[in-house]
Design a protein around this ligand. Sequence first.
Ligand code: ADP
Ligand code: ASP
Ligand code: MG
Length: 406
Amino acid sequence: MALIVQKYGGTSVGTTERIRAVAKRILETQQAGNRVVAVVSAMSGVTDALIRLAREVSPRPTERELDVLLATGEQTTIALTAMAINALGGVAISLTGAQAGIVTDGIHTKAKISNIEPTEIIRLLDEGKIVIVAGFQGKTSSGDITTLGRGGSDLTAIAIAAVLQADMCEIYTDVDGVFTCDPRIVPNARKIEVISYDEMLEMASSGSKVMQSRSVEFAKKFHVEFVVRNSFNNKPGTLVTEEKPSMEEVVVRGISVERNQAKITIQSVPDRPGIAAKIFRVIAAAHIIVDMIVQNVGIDGLTDISFTVNRDELEKLGHLLDPTVREIGAKGVIIQSGVAKLSVVGIGMRSHSGVAARLFDALSKGGINIQMISTSEIKIAVIIDEERIVEAARLAHDAFGLGEGS
Ligand code: ADP
Ligand code: ASP
Ligand code: MG
């Protein structure tokens, strides 16, 4: 008997009608002779609505309480899904993250899974039940409710598949799989059949939110192969797996877009050892994720340091930077929101040259100015004006011949 872990995202369980359709698919999977654990997200829009509620009572909600609140989104879906399966004649039991044994650290709103104690899941599976687990949530070792960061139900599914050594992990969503770019941005984007963990990780962490990046990191570390599929049809989807030598033949696998970025420039920073460490230590201590960092060539003992963060972090960052800037004796800070990041990803870049030139050429033909550039072995990313990001993605997508029919 195979063990299958399935995950259904917010749109797939967005209405009670869709929950009934998901219940049918889960039950049919069991009836085909499998043991099934299904991880479900909050119904679409619910997590955002809960965050809005929190902001109505507090400008900066206590993160512990935010987790207690956000976890209710998934708790609603597990109960409804289990009820729907039972109504179809199946036997399902719902479990919150805590009941499923998902133990995390105490970093509220972006907790990391420290371990999973799957005894309850296994006991229920052994009794022939379908187990429905709330995605996105866990508990600390002292019993506090935590959440795993936006999109965290993907991580719940992959982590459970890893610990149960599942035969298959299926991530059901509202598109046919992973595409060469978000199909909502580039209409002629193509579905990718197979993609390596590293490419999926680079795409996810640079804005392709079809998978939560931390879930892909986890999958890579624990060798959990998974398929991204559409919950509204039976198409095969995209397989995310170990890298194979033939994968290097494709130079660019896909393009990611990340809006909502902000560029911060600290002006005239004294150019001596320890200054960058001081700035970024303060930011790291507040758990703010810094993306690109660029330091200019120093002139007369002074330099500028620029970096990017998610725009949502600006408020928190503002409070931290002012005292730090004063302490290090820098001239000031310029904060520029309204920028976005475009990334071109592919493991073929390791063995092919000219990718950066082709990207820059495509953007220059569109008259799009590049503000910052960063590269890794398998990625080239640029920061540009947010208003031009859709145009830039389409130009780059065409330049690398990624579109349907090209
Ligand atoms: P779920 O609620 O099922 O987790 P998400 O909204 O998190 O779904 O992810 C699916 C969405 O990801 C798609 O609707 C699509 O717009 C977006 N997306 C972004 N980049 C890509 C990509 N490269 N391939 C497919 N979908 C993408
Ligand atoms: N409901 C959570 C979110 O909207 C988790 C998820 O959907 O994966 O981010
Ligand atoms: Mg998601």
